[in-house]
Write a protein that binds this ligand. Structure first.
Ligand SMILES: Cc1ncc(C[n+]2csc(CCOP(=O)(O)OP(=O)(O)O)c2C)c(N)n1
Ligand SMILES: [Mg+2]
Length: 325
């Protein structure tokens, strides 16, 4: 990995962290009126995958999509405006945090329905295959997606047709408050299960951005060369509550000790320390990075706050169903 890519990974993770921590800090202002699922602590997977993908590759995601959208190159002001419900939002202010889209950046959408975008991502890959391009369709998914019927149909088709799909599973051990052990049989690893369906798969440390980058880079090279789909499971951990800006360890569904253990292995400080040790970056470089990011994020929130709400006359502009009669 070049120093340039390592710097880029750190920058991207810090930017995502700053955006989401600012959302958390300002949520109580009541200007963001949609549910938000923050990925604080999980930034490494998005940053690394985003750095491997090209702008003309496509990606889809689910309810926890801010990091994926930003890492794929989605517009930050348009994302914050979307969360503020403003007309300048990436979905016209009608969708909110869980419905991010930026076609110019190849981010083809996210939805609140668990596994809802998986067949869409496979369909995009089918189109790529028919058009004989060397693009890749990336599907970001959580561990609970591997419990949905449509996931199995989608994997089956992707394997059968050798479609250029990059499945990225962020296994953060929970689906809302349900731990993995309550939802999937003990001893069954997601990557091994899909491996048995003929999908080439691997597992990695989801808090180690450079390692994720190297794994996914290899996989994407193979996919572009016509090698068929790849599945990566990355172990990681969300810090904040499932939905919202707070912490919820007091609810008792996970232990403080488990949380602290994962926090100690958090992805940003870890990479920052190693880049400082290797003299790739200096403390002043990091300060400059942090200042630049804080300013950009502040500007995006100002843009969102100062933007107009969508007007009532446009209410049906994003509705694709035609009225009967
Ligand atoms: C089909 C469907 N079932 C249930 C829900 C409720 N729900 C919203 S988010 C979520 C958890 C999904 O967990 P996971 O895929 O592991 O993602 P994470 O929240 O951990 O990032 C559930 C069950 C839903 N939105 N859609
Ligand atoms: Mg999960």
């Amino acid at each position: 990995m070049t120093p340039d890519i390592a710097r880029r990974l750190l920058y991207c993770m810090k930017r995502i962290r700053c955006v989401e921590e600012t959302i958390a800090a300002r949520y109580s202002d009541q200007k963001m009126r949609c549910p938000t699922h923050l990925s604080t602590g999980q930034e490494a997977v998005a940053a690394a995958v985003g750095a491997v993908l090209r702008r003309d590759d496509l990606a889809v995601s689910g309810h926890r999509a801010h990091a994926h959208y930003l890492a794929k190159g989605g517009s930050l002001p348009a994302m914050i405006a979307e969360i503020y419900g403003k007309a300048t939002g990436c979905a016209g202010g009608r969708g909110g945090s869980m419905h991010l889209v930026d076609e110019a950046a190849g981010f083809m959408g996210s939805t609140a329905i668990v596994a809802g975008t998986v067949p869409v991502g496979v369909g995009l890959a089918y189109a790529m295959k028919l058009k004989r391009t060397d693009q890749v369709s990336c599907i970001f998914m959580g561990d609970a997606v591997a419990e949905a019927g449509v996931f199995f149909e989608s994997v089956n088709l992707a394997v059968l047709k050798r479609l250029p799909v990059l499945f990225i599973c962020e296994n953060n051990l929970y689906s809302v408050y349900s731990p993995l052990g309550m939802r999937q049989p003990e001893g069954r690893a997601i990557h091994r299960m899909v491996g048995a369906m003929g999908l080439r798969s691997a597992i990695g440390d989801g808090n180690d951005a450079p390692a994720i980058y190297r794994m996914v880079e290899d996989g994407v090279r193979a996919i572009r060369a016509g090698g068929g789909p790849r599945f990566y499971e990355f172990a990681t951990y969300r810090w904040r509550e499932h939905c919202g800006p707070l912490y919820d360890n007091d609810l008792g569904y996970r232990s403080e000790a488990e949380f602290e253990d994962w926090k100690a292995r958090e992805p940003i400080g870890r990479l920052e320390r190693s880049l400082l040790d290797d003299r790739v970056l200096t403390h002043p470089d990091i300060e400059t990075m942090d200042q630049e990011i804080t300013q950009e994020v502040e500007q995006a929130f100002l843009f969102a706050d100062n933007s107009p709400y969508p007007c009532a006359e446009d209410a049906s502009a994003h509705v694709y169903a035609s009225a009967l009669g």
